[in-house]
Ligand binder design. Sequence first.
Ligand SMILES: Nc1ncnc2c1ncn2[C@@H]1O[C@H](COP(=O)(O)OP(=O)(O)OP(=O)(O)O)[C@@H](O)[C@H]1O
Ligand SMILES: [Mg+2]
Length: 290
Amino acid sequence: MISLCGLAVCPLNLSDYGNKFLMMACATIPCHVRASFSADVPSLPADPTSHKLPRQRQCSIPSSFSIEAHNLSFNISRHNKFVPILKNCSLQVPPGQLWMLLGPNGCGKSTLLKILAGVLHPSDGTVNVNRPNSFVFQNPDHQVVMPTVEADVAFGLGKFSLGSDEVRCRVAKALEAVGMIEYLQSPVQTLSGGQKQRVAIAGALAEACKVLLLDELTTFLDENDQMGVINAVKKCVRGPEQVAALWVTHRLEELKYADGAVYMEDGRVIMQGDIASVSHFLNRTCKFYI
Ligand SMILES: Nc1ncnc2c1ncn2[C@@H]1O[C@H](COP(=O)(O)OP(=O)(O)OP(=O)(O)O)[C@@H](O)[C@H]1O
Ligand SMILES: [Mg+2]
């Protein structure tokens, strides 16, 4: 054990990583999950005959959106065949809003989220996502890994040169924001799935994240935990920091908590807009299966 600004954390080099979740991916995520990261699946160029791998283009023009993507494509090679996974996807999410990302299994939601998080590089297109941003996975056991809630939320702060008072203050504020302050000293293995998700979100908030990219946080949660996580995210986006959140879900009842939604099918963005318009579209086209 070593101490991070007075908080007990596990023996890891805290100075040389940029993202707790990526580091945890290497340390804790089973091989089948890790296989979806960029190191294992390089994207192919838009032109399959070209041998040059493309670089992700970060748009440098200031934008009024917290999340912005234009004409993103992502291609892979499967059995020596060129397979397009994302096709010309564009979307925008303003600051201080929660948007849902919807679509049937395999349509490319998680792939799009990973590109927005910088975990995967697109084959083509432009990405502009405010930093710092954080990607929270479906399974909280892959990311809430420290012995106590306090240590887990403090973990990501190791890369900043912060005094112990500042660390404690940030940890407390982040846990307040997600309604978990009374669990400060609790061992993480005693938490429910929803409580772990809220601790994972607190970790991102403690790092002053401007954007939360959330992949099916509530799939395995009961109604109580589901509402706890939704309320925690809503509180973040309504707060003074104007955090923007993009939330992948299959649970259509969660739409009513969002400010807007993006609907995908077969690697394409089919529809995006306010909740009334997207709900109307889904009802009209009988998209009940997502
Ligand atoms: N590492 C990978 N290697 C090969 N194909 C992949 C990989 N990751 C994703 N895919 C393929 O890309 C497509 C989109 O997958 P993705 O996980 O983004 O879908 P999704 O919309 O998140 O689905 P779900 O709702 O089931 O989570 C699928 O056809 C999937 O098989
Ligand atoms: Mg997915």
